[in-house]
Write a protein that binds this ligand. Structure first.
Ligand code: HEM
Length: 163
């Protein structure tokens, strides 16, 4: 583990690189799918994690969804903000908190914006939960609402810590 900023103590368990052992996607109007994803939560001395998510097709190995962002903590609190840019032309500002007893991070969008030529349907809300299952096992669940579908689960993945 690299040395993390003391403000990140409530979410020290997120630090590092994680790789899926099981990644599943679904949504009411699309076929179910599986995916592989690598996550990074790295601290370079500031009260935040630099975040990377890179996913790929499990057989073809072709790139799928990607995210780059910053998960900040308000020092001395359990309040979080997550600023994320998504490769399909969306930026999400998510806020929430960490529950130290249950090792969970819960985030919901407070703002979304998209590029002028984004393809519909348009994302209206995102909610995500990261939960530590054991020292080296993380689970992520992502729900979204679009302008055509109410809030529904889109992703559920389990990751193993690789570094
Ligand atoms: C479809 C958003 C993450 C794979 C979609 C759709 C949206 C969306 C709006 C269209 C749904 C519809 O047609 O009603 C998002 C958002 C994500 C996310 C906001 C993260 C915050 C991912 C990830 C993967 C993924 C990590 C897989 C690696 C897919 C696939 C489809 C899809 C395969 C269906 C095919 C397609 O429309 O391209 N997603 N997605 N998504 N998403 Fe995601």
């Amino acid at each position: 583990m690299s040395k993390i900023h003391e403000a990140l103590a409530p979410i020290s368990w997120l630090e590092g690189r994680w790789s899926t052992t099981d990644g599943r996607g679904y949504y009411p109007n699309i076929p179910d799918f599986t995916y592989h994803e690598d996550l990074e939560f790295l601290c370079i001395g500031q009260p935040m994690y630099n975040f990377l998510s890179t996913s790929r097709h499990p057989e073809k190995q072709t790139p799928m969804h990607q995210e780059r962002g910053f998960l900040r903590i308000k020092p001395g609190t359990n309040e979080l903000s997550f600023v994320v840019s998504h490769n399909f032309g969306l930026t999400s500002l998510e806020e929430g908190l960490c529950e130290t007893e249950t090792h969970q991070v819960i985030l919901e969008t407070v703002n979304l914006s998209r590029i002028s030529f984004a393809k519909p349907p348009f994302v209206k809300k995102i909610k995500r939960v990261f939960k530590l299952l054991s020292d080296d096992q993380l689970e992520a669940t992502l729900y979204m609402e679009t302008d055509t579908t109410p809030m529904s689960e889109h992703l559920k993945a389990v990751y193993k810590k690789i570094q």
